[in-house]
Design a protein around this ligand. Sequence first.
Ligand code: GFB
Length: 318
Amino acid sequence: MYELGGKRVYVAGHKGMVGSAIVRRLERENCEVLTSDRSIDLREQAAVREWFEANRPEAVILAAAKVGGILANDSFPAQFLYDNLMIEANVIEAARQAAAEKLLFLGSSCIYPKLAEQPIREDALLKGPLEPTNEWYAVAKIAGIKLCQAYRREYGSDFISAMPTNLYGPNDNFDLTSSHVLPALIRKAHEAKLARAQSIEIWGSGAPRREFLHVDDLADGCIFLLKEYSGEEHVNLGSGTDVTIAELAELVCNVVGFEGTITKDLSKPDGTPRKLMSSDKIVSMGWNPKITLLDGITMTYEYFRSHEAAEAGETGTV
Ligand code: GFB
């Protein structure tokens, strides 16, 4: 068991959806949370090393990453590969040089083969070809897992990795071109409701299945692992159930109160057909998610209405 009380804990990427949720969750631990502002570019090795030398965190949570939905991944392969490789290499090496006691690296379920056996266990890694729309991001995240493993073997560093499923929640990106599906559907349904539109359009066939986890559950799982887990193998972090994209769209429309129809843009990619992870490993250690998909979407829609929709100049009265 790793004791967080009294420790200096650095959250890299604290402004993002995941990092901000982890900062909120750490308020319940008796530790000092450290963050670096945007003036530190985590892709710059010297800047990262200097920051670590000056601040000497004892624990590090690496939640900084270049992220995006299926289209962003497919459109910017160089950025998704280069930025993520640089961020993780710099932070992991600087953490070792500054003698950090513990580091948690965050990956993604897209590290697994496109056609992995379902539910996907941790040992499916590198057992088959990746999904082409996000292989660049996946390769970078696999490199992060391997860095943690290599540092454990060579330097004895207690560096661990968690693989979250598809995440959503407050501070998500609701931009329709770069976001993931869930925030995109919230925006589409909300704007269609305000415009009294007949329909919303989803990308692809609607048939792919995805597993969704609210980011507050993810943050709780990360703190659980930081305290309870020390091992070479990464650990899956999911909700244990999945839905089709068509089912998700219906759920979102119900929560938002949009009563029109759902059409499909078949020119957009489906991506991997299914990526339901097995979270048996973390569940057997005593952790469970708490937020249902319905509650999570309801809370996220409330967040969207009070933050994003207001910023977009919402004036509707529906
Ligand atoms: O969430 P998403 O962009 O990423 O898309 P992935 C999931 C599914 O929803 C795909 C469909 O089948 C999309 O075609 N979809 C339907 C939509 N309508 C929309 C829409 O309006 N916007 C979006 N974005 N999708 C990502 C990876 O894969 O998952 C990342 O690209 C990362 O690397 C992330 O691993 C967790 O689940 O397909």
